[in-house]
Design a protein around this ligand. Structure first.
Ligand code: FMN
Length: 190
């Protein structure tokens, strides 16, 4: 077992929509991770980072747009990552795919937990499956446990507090899975 006391695992908010719900889920997972006492987390918000349309990947550019290096460093130097994405038209939002397409090396063997949200019953499972494929293409290591959150408007309040106990249990299962992968990745890197 790796002996590190605090793992760095940021949470990326993959929605910039006006009136968006996704930050509630991001805050919820961040809070649950920090409650383990083993994880130091922070929110990375694509609305704040505000990247332009990708013309070329970071590794091939000498003039990265503002915010891109910040995002890349947060992902590269994190022990793992949580991606929180809404589902739009059966897929992931363009703004999230655009951000991911800027990056590549930063994701190498990175343990990533995927959380998706929707206002319907299925919680964005199509987006979840797509995001897995995207992450695999980037050489990341998406963890097997999934957390699709349906009926997002009622499921979490503005502070990310779950309105059902089952959601807390599902989030904790995801975090346990992510921590396992993070620890294994760290052991292998030594
Ligand atoms: C452009 C658009 C397309 C959507 N398509 C889907 C969809 O295919 N499946 C689904 O379950 N929900 C869909 N929804 C509903 C979203 O899941 C819901 O609005 C959710 O709150 C989106 O996250 P956000 O609030 O962070 O944008 C769509 C919403 C928008 C704005």
């Amino acid at each position: 077992m790796a002996s590190r006391t605090l793992w760095k695992i940021p949470v990326l908010i993959g929605s910039v929509r006006r009136g968006r719900q996704t930050p509630k889920a991001a805050l919820f997972v961040k809070n649950r991770m920090e409650a383990t006492g083993k994880i130091l987390s922070e929110l990375l918000d694509l609305r704040e980072i505000n990247l332009p349309i990708m013309e070329e990947r970071l590794g091939h550019r000498e003039d990265p747009p503002p915010g891109l290096q910040f995002l890349a460093d947060k992902i590269r130097y994190g022990d793992g990552l949580v991606l929180v994405s809404p589902e739009y038209n059966n897929g992931i939002p363009g703004v999230l795919k655009n951000a991911l397409d800027y990056l590549y090396e930063e994701f190498h063997r990175k343990p990533v937990a995927i959380v998706t949200v929707s206002n319907g019953a299925y919680g964005g499972i199509n987006a979840l499956a797509q995001l897995r494929l995207v992450l695999l293409a980037m050489g990341a290591n998406p963890v097997p446990t999934r957390l699709p959150i349906g009926n997002i408007e009622d499921m979490l309040d503005e502070n990310g507090t779950p309105q059902r106990e089952s959601l807390q249990k599902r989030a904790d299962d995801l975090i346990l899975d992510l921590l396992w992968s993070v620890q294994k990745a760290s052991e292998m890197a030594q």
